[in-house]
Structures are given as structure tokens and as C-alpha cells.
Design a protein around this ligand. Sequence first.
Ligand SMILES: Cc1ncc(COP(=O)(O)O)c(C=O)c1O
Length: 389
Amino acid sequence: MRHDFDEIIDRRGTDSEKWNNYPPDVLPMWVADSDFKCPAPVIDALLNRVRHGVFGYCKDDLEKVEKASAHWMRTRFGWDVRSEWVVFSPGVGTVLSLVVNAFTNPGDYVVVTTPIYPPFSLAPAFNGRKPLSSPLRQGQSGWEFDFDDLETLFAEPRAKLLLLCNPHNPTGKAATEAELLRIGELCLRHGIVVLSDEVHCDYVFPGRKHIPFASLSPQLADISLTAINPSKTFNLADLRTAGVIAGNVVLRERYRTAVTNAKLGRSSLGLLAYEVAYTQCAWYVDELVLYIKANLEYAVDRINRKIPGIRADMPEATYLLWLDCRELGLPQRRLVEFFLQEAKTALNSGTSFGPEGAGFMRLNTACPRAVLEEGLARIERACRAAAAR
Ligand SMILES: Cc1ncc(COP(=O)(O)O)c(C=O)c1O
């Protein structure tokens, strides 16, 4: 099968968060969903179900979704997941809060590596826990963990949980086996539970591969839970699904209790899309990853060669570009205004990912090439005009 990722689909007027937030002359390149249609088999299955026309409560039989999750992990990443390890959840954002509440007590510390997708810090903070931040460092070979710093934080008596983002949003880092093993070793030494958010796992580019944290050893599987969701890959975020995989029955049942008690519900449409995506649509991902890689290469080349004041490195994973705009010399509020008012593009402000994001903006490249070209042309014009002033 082939999917047309060049197709331009008008998302205005569809309640899209990304497309409805700004005036029509601003091109949105922010929220981390894609502008692509989901794969045809998912659309067909949903249409069939919708035509039935009855949407009463759906049965609590999640076997298909559990099996689909295990199948995806096994076939894409060589991780031998058993379907009974999977607990269905309504979104990885929700998982972060549930895990914080299930595995820590008020006043406990939760370690995160910043800059980071905002709910990693907000879920602990909103629930009366303290996020402890270990900034990533920009080294010779890309973004690096500061293991000494991590160990100092894990050694805090109230530190209980690491929220690991692998692959990492917003830097696009895909952690190596050696890095994950070292993090795991530190967590084992200090009794830290790990939630590995692997929602971006399908977007890892040649040269790196996605390594599920829990797949590396029985010991790491024993202290961790892994969150996945076909939402990013197949553009299904609004169907509110996710799977949490935990081989350790104690962690799994504690998490399951948190989900059950929260009475969050699920929809038959979400369950159906989840299953079809993970069992019938691997071909879509193979095409998508090549499309995104080409988009990113094009963007990085154009930015570094033609856009004064901005620099970008090719990410190892994700469709997100972490733009270093420090040379523009603008305070963050002005930087955001510059993109919105002068470049007429909406990007995420770097500081929404933590104070380390000052001078950075996040650009989403999961859109047709023509849209990306238009966005970069706008940014280029604005930066050239600013440089000429
Ligand atoms: C790292 C990360 N985790 C979780 C989410 C949200 O996932 P979900 O749509 O499953 O709530 C996002 C969305 O941008 C993300 O980037």
C-alpha cells in the first residue's frame, strides 16, 4: 500500500487544537500531532463501525488491544511483551498523572530530564509532588544525560520516580543502549521506579534504533512501566488511547487499580483504531518515517544555510525540531512574538519545556512538504528582514 503524505488537508473548522488557535494568516507548526490522514484501514474500520450507528457502552474486553500492543512491540522492536502485561489507558498524558499518584506520595520527588514535554513537570507539580530537573547537556554527539547529576537526584531520600522520555520531546534524542543501561543501574541502586514514555518510538531514524527501556534486562523490566500509543504515529490522538506495559505484576496491578479507580472510560472507536493501526498498518509507518526524515533533512539544511539567527541539528528521533534561536538575541516573549507577528508562524516556546528552553523554539515537521516549505519561507523572510535592520 502507499499513503499520500503530500496531500494537503484543510484542518480548520475541525476543532483542531493546532489549527484553531491562531488567526488564518498564521501557519500553525506547534502541537505535536501530524497533518496527515491516518491509514486507510483505520478509516475503513471506523467508517464501518460508525455506520452501525449505535454507540452504547463498550465491553470491558481489551484482549484485542492488549494483543495488538504486544504484537507491535515484538515485531517493531524485538521486545517479547506478553499481552497480559498491557493495561489500557486513555492517553499517555493521563498515564503520567496516574503513575505519579500511584507510585509516589505527596511531597515525594519525581526526576525529569529537561527541557521536557510540559506534563512531565506539571503532573508532579499539580499533584503535590516536586519535579526535580536534571538538564540534558549538548555534547559533541548530541544531547547527553548528566549521569552524576541524575545520581545526586536519585539519592535524595524523597526521590521515588523517574519520568523518562524516550525518544525525547523536544530535543529528538533517542537514548542508546549504554545510556539506558546506565540510567537503569542508577535507578536500581536507589530504588527508583521508571515510567518510560515511548510514545514517539516509531520515529527513530537510521543510525539509531528505538530501544524499549524495559527490554534491556529482567531487572529493568522489574522496576519500570512503559507507555505507548499509536496516536503520534497514526495521527489518532483525539481517540484517547494508550497502553501501559508492565512485566512486574506488582507494578502492573498497582497501576491497573489507579486506572480502574479513576473511572476514565474508553470508546469503542478508540479501541478499534488502536487495534487496526498496530496490526494492519506497519507499511504506513515505514513510509511515514522516510517522509519525516526527508522533511527534517530539508528543514535542517535550509535553516542552517539560509536562515540567519537560527540553528538546528538533525534529531535522532521524532518529527520535532528544537530550534536554537539564541543568535536572534531576543528575550523569550519577544521571540514568540517574532515568530507569530513577523514570521506568521506558530511554534512552541522553548521555555514551556523548562527554563533550559530559553532562546529555543520547537517546530513540528509532521506536515506535507509544501506546508513545511511555506513555513520555512516565512521564517526565512522574517529573519532576513531582522538581520537587515
Ligand atoms: C512525550 C509525550 N508524551 C505524551 C504525549 C501525549 O500523549 P497522549 O496523546 O497519548 O496523551 C505527548 C504529546 O505531545 C508527548 O510528546
